[in-house]
Design a protein. Structure first.
Length: 260
């Protein structure tokens, strides 16, 4: 097990027990790190209940990453420096996910982009003066950034922007001694995933098609995040790492006749 004693992490995106951000927090704490969790106001009671008996949680901080002032205020409120930042945020209005991309309104498009992509730039910018040397940032993306996934729709374009931001931010952060990477996670049952039309069908299809013949879970993603946030990945930055049991390398699914 990695030893992250004395390290501090700032985690954005915990919404429920099934959140990938929550799984990452737990693995970081197991490794000895402490965590500050940022959450949306609407999840307050759930987060308080979830964390009440968990050692290693320094503080709970409400923050809406779509608002510049709230992110700025968060970094002003929380004292000290951090070694790790996790951006596990993705959101698109139901009105956008319920229709083809060509009918997405400008308002819904802007909301999706600001929350799901631009918020990474915003968090990275405000964190620059609050990071210890050799710190790392990890964000979460999905295959829909590079391939068409039914039901994912406008979120696919937001994740494409997110992955581009990881690349663009890497030399800027690198000059200051920090790294940034993305994890492209396979589908996992989370609160956010429940809003994607046909999600259960996607899970069933990928279970039959992935080289490992199974779906991933929250811990698969969290363990990769642990690696990318630690010194073991000191030479890796600007990358998108797939954690999907190999599904991303498949062209025509094996045993195609079994999928009919």
């Amino acid at each position: 097990m990695l030893n992250l004693e004395g390290k501090r992490a700032l985690i954005f995106g915990v919404a429920s027990e099934s959140s990938l951000a929550w799984a990452i927090s737990n693995w970081l704490i197991k490794a000895g790190s402490t965590c500050v969790l940022s959450y949306q106001q609407r999840f307050k009671s759930r987060i308080i209940q979830l964390t009440k008996d968990v050692e290693g949680i320094e503080a709970l901080e409400v923050c809406d990453v779509s608002k510049e002032d709230e992110v700025k205020d968060l970094f002003n409120r929380v004292s000290g420096k951090f070694d790790m930042i996790v951006h596990a945020i993705g959101y698109s209005p139901a009105s956008a996910l319920s229709k083809p991309v060509i009918f997405t309104s400008e308002e819904d498009y802007n909301t999706t982009m600001v929350v799901s992509a631009y918020s990474l730039q915003r968090i990275a910018r405000h964190s620059l003066k609050r990071l210890n040397q050799n710190s790392a940032i990890v964000t979460l993306t999905y295959l829909g950034a590079t391939s068409v996934v039914p039901g994912y729709r406008i979120m696919g374009t937001a994740k494409a922007a997110l992955e581009s931001l990881v690349r663009e931010l890497s030399p800027i952060l690198g000059a200051a001694g920090h790294r940034i990477n993305a994890i492209s996670a396979g589908p996992v049952k989370t609160l956010a995933a429940s809003g994607v039309p046909g999600f259960d069908d996607i899970l069933e299809y990928m279970e039959k098609s992935a080289p490992m013949r199974k779906n991933i879970d929250q811990d698969d993603v969290a363990k990769t995040a642990l690696f990318l946030l630690s010194g073991l990945s000191s030479g890796i930055t600007g990358q998108t790492i797939f954690v999907d049991n190999g599904y991303n390398i498949i062209g025509v699914p094996p045993h195609l006749n079994e999928l009919n």
